[in-house]
Design a protein around this ligand. Structure first.
Ligand code: TRP
Ligand code: ZN
Length: 474
């Protein structure tokens, strides 16, 4: 679902070019299919992100993934099938999906056997016949293997990690290709459905709305559905011994999973229990919560010293919850549900649109809690900061730098001071509403801020996002 917002406009334009109607109201002279003959070519092996040229693939646009998987914690084996529905965005002779360490078996496209070959972490699929541009198609990939994480020197591990009692999948900017064939880049969002079969007595928690749970011959199938388009790095699954609590919040299912290794009423459980309250507070600032479900998953694993905004159900490393009730990180991950998940990146370069706003949400939450004010949080950082790295173009190794998070949040505050609270808080709601389920760029955000405020904000954003010296105090 790429370029979601422009989809209908593009369809209309194509219909016009194809002679969909004429000025005298006569039927078109020729059917749209009688243009030039198709020119079938391979889809690109990257989606075209300058920071990560190999991420994702070109030539098609995924609408949805439907995964039916079985995982055996004893052997570490994953097997099953992925049904990928997509639309060709060019005349396609073949196309790639990203798939790491796993082996494809039978592959079909629109029900006909297709050739599938592995080329490193790419699965190259050649359908029996070319697929013309604009045509919807369905690929079914049977696959299996022992999943492993991707090791990225600068950005840390991403993907499938095995545990004593199961496994979990987690990671940004990439992780999905370690457990399903995928167009692994946020620019191609898609719906997501998972049926995960695990031994009875083991839990399997994922994104979205929980569905039916059935047990047969000692294996339990857990089902999950995320029907809002989702970036692939926001897909997660946690398999193991968890206390799963399911409730309803604001009319939607809330699923919270706490590892059995942690106390049922300890800091992690107490912090998670405030999920609904934090989400409701953020909704007063950012507008309606964008998804159909709430929740969170805590991981008790030394390898996870971070949290991730996995869609509708963030994952939190237990390192955040050493004592008391820790809601700052909850505010951060829930803010991402608006900034990063519903409104997603088109290119990784613009990561400050995710992390700057999620970090700013921490400041709003702390102020709401009667702790530090946003102004105090800004002032502390402004007084001493290394301004040499611009958050608007942090480089591929810098996408999770202090500059992106902290100077990103300072940029948001500088914007607020420049346009005033009224326009600022209007923008915090209009932007997620207008861009809901879409993909955005910094340029589009600046245009939206200028429209909401009626001000020219070029020099403000130039200094805050791209300068290498301290910007003037707003
Ligand atoms: N986006 C995460 C956050 O700010 C941080 C993060 C970056 C991350 N890379 C990761 C989390 C890899 C888990 C795995 O909340
Ligand atoms: Zn974040």
């Amino acid at each position: 679902m790429r370029g979601h917002r422009y989809h209908w406009a593009r369809v209309a334009a194509v219909a016009l070019l194809a002679g969909g109607c004429t000025s005298d109201g006569a039927p078109p002279a020729a059917p749209p299919s009688s243009g030039p003959p198709p020119d079938f070519r391979p889809g690109a092996e990257g989606i075209g992100d300058p920071y990560f040229p190999k991420y994702g693939n070109g030539g098609y646009d995924v609408g949805g993934y439907d995964l039916k998987l079985r995982y055996d914690p004893k052997s570490g084996q994953l097997r099953g099938s992925a049904t990928v529905t997509a639309t060709a965005t060019q005349d396609l002779s073949r196309f790639n999906l990203d798939l790491a360490h796993l082996v494809a078996g039978k592959v079909t496209v629109d029900g006909r056997a297709a050739r599938a070959t592995a080329d490193g972490n790419e699965l190259v699929i050649t359908p029996a016949a070319g697929i013309t541009r604009g045509t919807a198609f369905t690929a079914v990939i049977e696959y299996s293997g022992r999943p492993e994480a991707l090791r990225n020197e600068e950005l840390g591990v991403g993907g499938w990690l095995r545990t004593d009692d199961g496994a979990f999948a987690l990671g940004e900017p990439e992780s999905a290709s370690t457990w399903f064939p995928v167009n692994d880049h946020p620019a191609d969002k898609a719906t997501f459905a998972l049926a995960m079969t695990v031994p009875a007595g083991v839990e399997a928690i994922s994104n979205g709305v929980p569905g039916e749970r059935t047990t047969d011959a000692g294996w339990t199938t857990w089902t999950w559905t995320e029907k809002a388009p989702m970036a692939s790095y926001l897909a997660t699954v946690a398999i193991g011994q968890y206390r799963v609590s399911t409730s309803t919040h604001a009319g939607k299912p809330m699923v919270i999973a706490i590892p059995e290794s942690l106390p049922a009423d300890g800091p992690a459980a107490r912090s998670m229990a405030r999920t609904g309250e934090v989400a409701d507070f953020l909704a007063t600032r950012f507008g309606p919560y964008p998804f159909d479900a709430y929740g969170g998953i805590v991981l008790d694993d030394d390898r996870v010293g971070y949290a991730l905004e996995t869609q509708s159900r963030p994952v939190y490393g237990n390192t955040f919850f050493r004592s008391g009730t820790q809601t700052t990180v909850v505010a951060h991950e829930l803010a991402h549900q608006w900034f990063g998940d519903s409104v997603a990146l088109e290119r990784w370069k613009d990561i400050w649109l995710n992390e700057g706003f999620a970090s700013y949400a921490e400041w709003l939450w702390q102020e709401h809690e009667g702790a530090t004010t946003a102004e105090q949080n800004f002032a502390r950082r402004y007084a001493s900061f290394d301004w040499s790295e611009p958050p608007g173009d942090p480089g591929p190794e810098g996408i999770f730098s202090q500059s992106v998070y902290q100077r990103g949040a300072m940029t948001v505050h500088a914007l607020r001071k420049t346009i005033g609270d009224e326009a600022f808080f209007r923008l915090l709601k209009s932007w997620p509403a207008e861009q809901r389920n879409g993909n955005v760029t910094t340029t589009e955000f600046i245009a939206a801020a200028e429209k909401e405020s009626g001000k020219d904000l070029d020099s403000l954003f130039q200094a805050w996002l791209f300068g290498t010296t301290q910007p003037p105090r707003p």
